[in-house]
Design a protein around this ligand. Sequence first.
Ligand SMILES: O=C(O)CCC(=O)C(=O)O
Ligand SMILES: [Fe+2]
Length: 351
Amino acid sequence: MSAASNKIVHRDEITDDTFTNDSGQIPEKYIRTDEVCAGAIVGEDEAYELPAVDMARLLDPESSASETAKLGSACRDWGFFQLTNHGVDEAAIQRMKDSTVQFFGLPLDGKNTVAVRGDGFEGYGHHYSRLSKLDWAESVILITQPVQDRNMELWPTSPPMFRHALEEYSAEVTKLMRQLLGSMAADLGVGREALLGAFTGKRQSMAIHHYPPCRHPDKVIGNTAHTDGLALTVLLPVDDTPGLQVLRGGRWFPVRPRPGALVVNVGDILHILTNGTYRSVEHRVVVSAGRGRTTAVVFQDASVGGLVAPLPELLRGGGEARYRSIPRFEYLKVRFSALAKRTGFLESLKL
Ligand SMILES: O=C(O)CCC(=O)C(=O)O
Ligand SMILES: [Fe+2]
């Protein structure tokens, strides 16, 4: 990521145990009460459900048409859904969960053996530091695919099964995404290869996050409100602590995790590829007073002929592009500079 020296994408090393020692004192750099209060949060008593999509039904010829319609409407309407019966190997999921929990349980010195270095973005550290305030979280970010892009020096060796767990889980999610993209292509009315081709061989990265409990959850943010910058995101909740909230109609909808489900969301690149048909939606993580939250998130990149652009197949027959195309190598620079100016990135690309 050549824009790594840009302040917005800088990740800082974690040098003290502020948020894991539970002393109760919150340093100023974490205090963001205004942001926590920005926007109404939908209450416990309001009935709603994030759409759920059943992978087994998508793959079954008997039910695939109706389930594909559900998938399509979830991506158009919410930009998020919970994926049930996803078929990802349960043992691989368990190894991923166990490794993640054990890694974050290490003393700080142990975690810092894979600390972010210099201006890099991979390794253990804070989230991207955004506008001088820090998120109440510790994260490991790693490139997982293609294999030759991995930086093995930053792949944790403790616990010993972590590398294997990452490798195996990353391969499982790659397979799952291909299946999902096949169904998305059917929903969008484009050839399977037209959509899959945009993703094949492109980079996949993983972020594992730990949001420790905080005595003053109303003062800190676990993960700043954002849209995901890549194309498609698959989130594995490691525990059942809530915290993820999705913005819809100006209000934050807490995601109520379904046992065993993965949470899938549309990122900015898929928003552009689909010419705005699928929506990349803002989300954030709030912190809990009593329980920590851990997640393992896979981000998949995509582009068409070196460009982030609407799929040419969608524009055949006279459809108009609603987004400007940008070369993939310039994409992050353009995105981060829009974010730095606090202008909506997708808005800035609208034609
Ligand atoms: O950990 C979560 O619940 C959300 C993480 C997230 O939104 C991200 O890493 O982009
Ligand atoms: Fe995200």
